[in-house]
Design a protein around this ligand. Sequence first.
Ligand SMILES: C[S@@+](CC[C@H](N)C(=O)[O-])C[C@H]1O[C@@H](n2cnc3c(N)ncnc32)[C@H](O)[C@@H]1O
Length: 240
Amino acid sequence: MTSPYDALAPYYDEVVRGRRDDAKVLRQVLKKYRCRPKTVLDLACGSGKLTKEFKNAKVTGIDLSPGMLTLAREQLPEATLLQADMRSLRLPGRFDAAWCMYDSMNHLANFRDWTRTMQTAHRHLNPGGVFVFDVNTVTKLEAMVADSPFMHHFKKGMLVTEVSKQKSRYLWQLNIFERQKDDLYRLQEAEIPETAYETERILEVMERTFEDVTILDPVRKRPSKHSLRLYFAGRRAKMK
Ligand SMILES: C[S@@+](CC[C@H](N)C(=O)[O-])C[C@H]1O[C@@H](n2cnc3c(N)ncnc32)[C@H](O)[C@@H]1O
């Protein structure tokens, strides 16, 4: 299997809900920048379900997982979809907006990779174009370690997720039980490592790379040490 997401792909959209609400928050961030993108680069597009909400945009989506790209092909039939790595992507075109949603940045192995992905977004934006990403905060991942395992039911079975901490990484151990018949299940296991960094550290690189950088906590008045999910956004400098 090329990516742990290939195992999860058939159930992803049943397990990850509320994409319309996530798209609303993204739209709210873009609105602050007066950005109504005609062209979008979706980094780690996954199943494409969130980006599907941006009906008027011409979308290019990239992801590492062939399984997720197969889903995206259904959700975004008009889009250009590519199997590629967001850390090193080089496409010939530029876009009005780029995003990397649903803690896809956390999937990168170290902070150097986070920085490289911010640079990927920067080099693919038109002058004035906007980059948005959201993250699981350290607070959220620490809480998940304390509270796991979690269970999600889907039509054909269930997913049991255990999150543990191993040195500086958070390891999501996925156990996917797919019902074969009656009480007989097939178990598939996958491991997804995540990293998380302090807000100030992320902000420092964002401010070095982009202009007008903002942070949003979608459920609190302002970001704080209690924030569980944060949205970061910034604009590529306009040409002088
Ligand atoms: C939690 S899913 C989010 C998918 C989608 N953005 C969404 O909002 O549902 C994380 C995605 O990141 C992708 N991914 C992880 N590392 C990647 C990388 N280096 N380059 C491209 N995609 C990556 C995975 O294959 C997976 O589809």
